[in-house]
Design a protein around this ligand. Sequence first.
Ligand SMILES: [Zn+2]
Length: 474
Amino acid sequence: MHRLWDNIMPLREVVLFLTFFVSWSMCYKTPRHFPRTQTDQYTFEGLTSPELIQRSAGLEDRSFFIVINDVHADLWFKTGSDPNQRCVNGTGTAGVFGEHVCDTPFYALDAALQATAKAFPNPDFMLYLGDAPPHNWDPHGPILMDDKDVIDSIDRVIGSLTVAYPETVPVFPILGNHDTYPEECLPLKGKARTDWLGRVGDCYKRCSGMSDDSVATFKEYGWYTESLNDSTTLVVMNTVYYDMMNVYVMLGGCSDRTAPDQWTWLEDQFLAARAEGKKVLLALHRPVGYYSNKIEYDFCPHDSHLLENLLVEYSDVVPVSFAGHTHRDEWRIIRDELGAPSHSIIISPGATGYTLTNPGIRLVEWNPSTGEIIGWTQLYWDIDLSNKYDYLDLRVGYRAAEEYGLLNVNATVMADVSQDLVDDDRAFSSFYSHLYVENVEPESWTRSDRAFALCSIQHVDEAGYNKCLEELDS
Ligand SMILES: [Zn+2]
């Protein structure tokens, strides 16, 4: 008996050791990959598993599509580089998931897309609102991209987007001001224009949402349209023709009319949709109106008015559009001549942290039978925490339906939400945090920050914007 116990003891010690080792290794790994405590499940903080993200998004049994924009993915990003030198030089502290002053590493973009696809495997489609290349153009930056680098960047981003989901999930791309060479410089006319659009179109033709006709139209003009279903048509604009930073636009002082006539084409799409009893989902890269952090706009004013007039006139057909470019989570209200809200431009913040935001991907809830846009859920990854825990920390920022009490995102509703933000400083603080994708302290705003943001989302016209500023910033 004694001898038997002697024989068992080593075995027991081995079992104890193994138990300890397994427990230790689990304890070690748990905080690396799931840094939050279980109670955080109920506050929607740090939800890193697909099921928990899905649950907190509140999208069960709802139709939704994905909006991703301003990806600015950086082919040259090197982990361990200097963030003040765009994270490309190989010497410094840049984390594997990026830095707030650098563009997005492909590793982070792909990890975010994979996490999104795991949590939300059945989107109706993906809308990609443009701007693939990084901000390395800056003459003071470490890398000066050439035309091939720009096309490579676009091609790689389209590759990441098109493999994230099966081909049965259509991807619809649109042209951003960075998807040109040089940056913001798309020729308005002639072979130079179609040569460039042709090269971009060759990248886009891998997107399963685009028919051959759409690719051909894009290669000529940079715009196209696709029927999403019996109720809704997608209309994709090219706003680079009205970009005040586009040197070809600048040379003509915004009055060069040699760009293709997008306004007639757009009205034709709206008329066709109205005749068929369909809604239009309009996608554009650069929104009209003022930036939400400064008194500045860069959409040619004459063209901005033409677009606003069309959106008011056809607000029954096209009540809502989607834009990116500003890298902020915001919107614009387009009003008729009496000041009544007629159209809302919903702006998603993008997938780069370059402008001191966290990068994100958006899920838009809609009713595919009517084309009505119901709301959105903002996903994002916290760059600092992702780097710290070596795990892409994909989270639900908020769900607009709950955050703003929305039933849809039409202009009258968004105007009411905007007014609530004017009236309630606590609500504005929450909005302010979302504006920078949860990378600012909610109550860190100044009176001017508040005025710029609220006047920008409520008024795109100069008179309305200035009057608003007088009221809120005096
Ligand atoms: Zn842009």
